[in-house]
Design a protein around this ligand. Structure first.
Ligand SMILES: Nc1ncnc2c1ncn2[C@@H]1O[C@H](COP(=O)(O)OP(=O)(O)OP(=O)(O)O)[C@@H](O)[C@H]1O
Ligand SMILES: [Mg+2]
Length: 289
């Protein structure tokens, strides 16, 4: 197996443009994750989060750009990338509802992979549920099973799509710190797609906010934790093109807006939490960083 120096990223995505039927859904995406690091990938519905994960495991053909895993280019075959240590937990969790917990785990076991006893250490509750049909588990228990199955492959890079989908905030608060522990102890790089911004930033090392397929904000989680408004603005598409313009030099009203952030109706809405009307264009109300 290829090894990389501890300081080198185990996953690097550079200039990625990827989509469907030749139409890009994600544009100019860059990211890198080192062993033991968690990258939170945030963004509203349709932002391109799942597309990015699918591209990173080799399930979608890129329009352009590159993905490097453990110092080598991504293979065209998903199963090869899986053998090299890339594991995706899909948003449907990838568990077999008609099978028991035990059978789900046995099917996921790999030669040279982790032992069941190893994954039960992280998720002891699964041990007590071994004989239960997966379809009769709670959402949180199913998600534990999905993570346990993924861990059996001893991934170097674990990509998780919507860990908290359908889970109560309590279940999410329970699961995310465990993921942090797993990343630390297994020195596993994690890309985590999450809807709970604060909970994700609390356990992540870095974060990227996607909006309409573009990176609206990226940075160390430690910095972004204290910048809730900035993160929300990126999440709702209130930064981006406009910010880019600011770096090229704004004039007049545009410069004024740049210093104040939100403008007009948007500022009002932002303070009231009121959503934008459909049909309103992004260009009509953007925040300059
Ligand atoms: N199979 C597909 N064929 C065509 N377009 C697709 C396909 N899958 C996704 N898209 C489009 O690509 C864009 C990004 O979708 P993607 O599923 O990556 O978003 P997402 O951020 O994961 O959203 P969500 O939070 O709803 O899961 C959307 O505009 C979506 O409609
Ligand atoms: Mg998705």
């Amino acid at each position: 197996m290829t090894t990389v120096a501890a300081t080198e990223p185990v996953l690097t995505i550079a200039g990625l443009n990827v989509g469907y039927g030749g139409v890009p859904a994600v544009r100019d995406f860059d990211a890198s994750v080192r062993a033991g690091e968690i990258l939170a990938l945030l963004g509203p519905n349709g932002a391109g989060k799942t597309t990015t994960l699918l591209a990173a495991v080799g399930a979608l053909t890129f329009l352009s750009g590159s993905v490097t895993v453990l110092g080598e280019p991504l293979d065209r075959r998903v199963e090869r990338n899986a053998r090299r240590g890339l594991t995706l937990v899909p948003d449907n969790r990838g568990v077999f509802h008609k099978l028991t917990v035990s059978d789900n785990l046995r099917l996921a076991k790999r030669k040279g992979g982790a032992e069941l006893s190893d994954v039960f250490e992280y998720f002891p509750k699964l041990k007590t549920l071994k004989g239960r049909r997966c379809g009769n588990l709670s959402g949180g228990e199913q998600q534990m099973l999905a993570l346990a199955k993924a861990l059996l492959a001893r991934p170097k890079v674990l990509l998780i799509d919507e860990l908290s989908l359908g889970l109560s905030p309590i279940a999410v608060k329970d699961l995310l710190p465990r993921l942090r522990t797993i990343a630390d102890e297994q020195q596993m790089a994690v890309v985590l797609v999450e809807q709970h911004i604060d909970l994700a930033l609390a356990i992540a090392d870095s974060a990227i906010v996607l909006h309409h397929g573009r990176v609206a904000l990226a940075g160390p989680a430690q910095e972004l934790r204290g910048q809730r408004e900035k993160v929300e603005a990126a999440y709702f598409g209130l930064v981006g093109d406009e910010a880019q313009r600011s770096s090229t030099g704004l004039v007049g009203d545009e410069a004024q807006r740049s210093s104040t952030g939100l403008v007009g109706d948007e500022a009002q809405r932002s303070s009231t939490g009121e959503p934008r009307e459909s049909g309103e264009t992004d260009a009509a109300a953007k925040v300059v960083d």
